[in-house]
Design a protein around this ligand. Structure first.
Ligand code: 3NM
Length: 210
């Protein structure tokens, strides 16, 4: 199992960059020290996703930062990426593990405590749990689940849990008190006017609360 040694997980959405091209923003986040990147561009066809994935790898690899591909195990393998991130309706962890082998990351999205428990028992490397707060980035999962659910998931498991959904720098002390290992964000980085500075602030808060 690969070791989860990152606390700030950047999830991409090229529609949430304030109109700026995605790659330079990812690069700025990497320069500031973001720990892992998830390529999550659900509306791209396979060929375009592969092409963007190659471009993203050209900036993550020199920084030795893992790149995980959302849902698409085939694309992760084709890119020789560092892992996959499985949405809750995706293939089971055990099947992805068989395809990817023991050394690549398998992250799992969860929206309830029992899904976190399941992900752990199936051998996921980490879980992203949310939406913790209200977020304009994603509506399908309904209202925020809140910090109490996060705290309960932490109590019932030992897997690293990343809080997602509306997480901003000001939330980090509360999220960490609830036991989150780290945070996963789109808009707190890609929606910031100054991506370098915003990433640095998130990392500083995470360090302060470690
Ligand atoms: N997954 P932002 S919430 C991609 O609850 C994603 O599983 C969520 O974007 C979940 O940091 C979300 O801008 C959006 O709120 C995260």
């Amino acid at each position: 199992m690969p070791r989860v040694d990152f606390r700030l997980y950047l999830v991409t959405d090229r529609h949430q960059t304030l109109g700026r091209p995605l790659l330079p923003l990812i690069n700025q986040a990497l320069v500031s020290g973001v720990g892992a990147v998830q390529l999550r561009e659900k509306d791209l066809h396979t060929r375009d996703l592969l092409s963007l994935g190659r471009d993203v790898l050209s900036v993550t690899v020199p920084c030795r930062v893992p790149l995980l591909v959302n849902d698409r195990v085939d694309v992760a393998l084709a890119l020789n990426a560092d892992g996959v991130h499985l949405p809750s309706e995706s293939m089971p962890v055990s099947v992805a593990r068989r395809l990817l082998g023991p050394d690549r990351y398998i992250g799992v999205s969860a929206h309830r405590v029992d899904e976190v428990v399941d992900a752990q028992s199936q051998g996921a490397d980490f879980v992203v749990l949310g939406p913790i707060f209200a977020t304009p980035s994603k509506h399908p999962y309904g209202p925020p689940i809140g910090l109490d659910v996060l705290a309960e998931a932490v109590r019932r498991t030992s897997i690293p849990i990343f809080a997602i959904g509306g997480v901003a720098a000001r939330h980090i002390p509360r999220v960490r008190r609830a036991g989150a290992f780290g945070i996963a964000v789109i808009s707190a980085i890609l929606g910031a006017e100054d991506v370098l500075a915003a990433t640095r602030v998130l990392l500083d808060r995470l360090m302060e609360t470690q």
